[in-house]
Design a protein around this ligand. Structure first.
Ligand SMILES: [Zn+2]
Length: 378
């Protein structure tokens, strides 16, 4: 009996330590220590928790804490993350967003449900809710003035290269038509207080606008998100025929590099510092009075070191404006200096890291064009 148990424990360890099983099968978090013995995958604790809700499809156990039967171990030995990926992710479209462990729950849960519950990627042609270049539906949209959510009809058209929404259900003319290549979409459960809350930003006259939407159904909102990515991908493929698919994927929706409150002073650097909500979306640093405002109060272009941009810890000596927070940051651009303060040292360090990440990268031709727009502004 004891010999049998030893053999089992050894077999389980052997499967677990295989190279292919060193990252979670669903979110790529290192050192997964749970496994599904009906799907044959190794999972992190959080993904195992989601698998628990796939009743009848996935059964999970802790590698370290649970007892394993011989048949279950045998199944894990014969399967594992590489085989599961080949089966369940065979036809994931190139533009499709693969969530990682830092992503919000709705993205991670729908990815897992799409893979194992809906078998969405096992055969080609099952991705039509987001892949056919046209999506229409009703979403809750946050009202600009009173913050109340109202039902609005949305229409995404790859052929027209735009996302539209309509105030009246039967309206012919959209309230807004957004060009597909200017859109960014980011899930914002915390900021919106809704687990399915999605922030869509876009450019109008080269200024950033925000809308906030959600759908009660997690699958529907994630389908919208991937439909936007699909339409962008196909649009960019036509616009930049020589660019590689990888290059184009980098230009689809992207997470903000950092968001949070800082204080800022005005251009004369004598004004009292005011608390504002900041969002760093790649090279655009936007600030808002309220995190859910539709319009940025201002935007700063953050270029590259070669173009004379840099960031320094602290404020220039003799800064006159009064401020409450003690951890200063100075952003230097070819035109002026921007002065900010953070509440904590940790915040300050995170912002500095985010700014350096952008400044260290050389600018692309498109970014030179954006910089020029910023310079033309009054
Ligand atoms: Zn995971």
């Amino acid at each position: 009996m004891a010999g049998n148990m030893d053999r089992n424990a050894k077999a389980l360890q052997e499967a677990w330590r295989r190279e292919e099983n060193t990252l979670c099968a669903d979110c790529k978090k290192p050192d997964p220590d749970w496994a599904s013995y009906t799907l044959g995958v190794f999972l992190c604790f959080d993904c195992a928790g989601i698998h628990r809700n796939l009743s009848g499809i996935s059964k999970v156990k802790s590698i370290r804490m649970d007892c394993w039967e011989e048949g279950q171990i045998e199944f894990l030995m014969q399967h594992g993350n590489a085989k599961a990926k080949a089966k369940y992710e065979a036809h994931v479209p190139f533009y499709y967003y693969h969530p990682v462990h830092t992503d919000c729950l709705v993205l991670r849960e729908q990815w897992i449900r799409a893979k194992y519950e809906r078998n969405e990627f096992m055969k080609p042609g099952k991705q039509s809710p987001y892949s056919n270049g046209l999506k229409e539906g009703i979403l809750w949209k946050r009202g600009r003035d009173n913050g109340q959510y109202l039902l609005r009809r949305f229409l995404l058209s790859e052929r027209e290269g735009c996302l539209k929404y309509f105030t009246k259900q039967d309206a012919k003319e959209p309230k807004v038509a957004i060009k597909i290549d200017t859109i960014n979409a980011v899930f914002q459960p915390e900021k919106t207080g809704n687990p399915n809350g999605l922030q869509i930003t876009y450019l109008k006259d080269n200024k950033t606008r925000n809308i906030f939407v959600y759908h009660e159904d997690g699958q529907e909102i994630v389908d919208w998100f991937n439909a936007i990515r699909a339409a962008q991908f196909h649009y960019l493929k036509v616009a930049f025929p020589v660019a590689s698919d990888q290059e184009l994927r980098n230009r689809l929706t992207r997470n903000f590099l950092k968001e949070g409150y800082m204080e800022k002073t005005g251009p004369r650097q004598k004004e009292a510092f005011k608390k504002r909500w900041f969002t760093l979306d790649h090279r655009r640093l936007m600030y808002f009075k309220d995190p859910l405002d539709a319009f940025a109060k201002g935007e700063v272009f953050v270029g590259s070191r070669e173009q004379g941009y840099s960031v320094m810890e602290g404020l220039p000596a003799g800064t006159q404006g009064s401020f409450t927070w003690q951890h200063g940051i100075t952003i230097i651009t070819p035109d002026r200096e921007y002065l900010f303060t953070c509440e904590t040292e940790r915040d300050q360090q995170e912002w500095m890291t985010a700014f350096w990440h952008v400044i260290k990268q050389p600018m692309t031709p498109q970014e030179y064009a954006i910089e020029a727009y910023f310079k033309l502004r009054p």
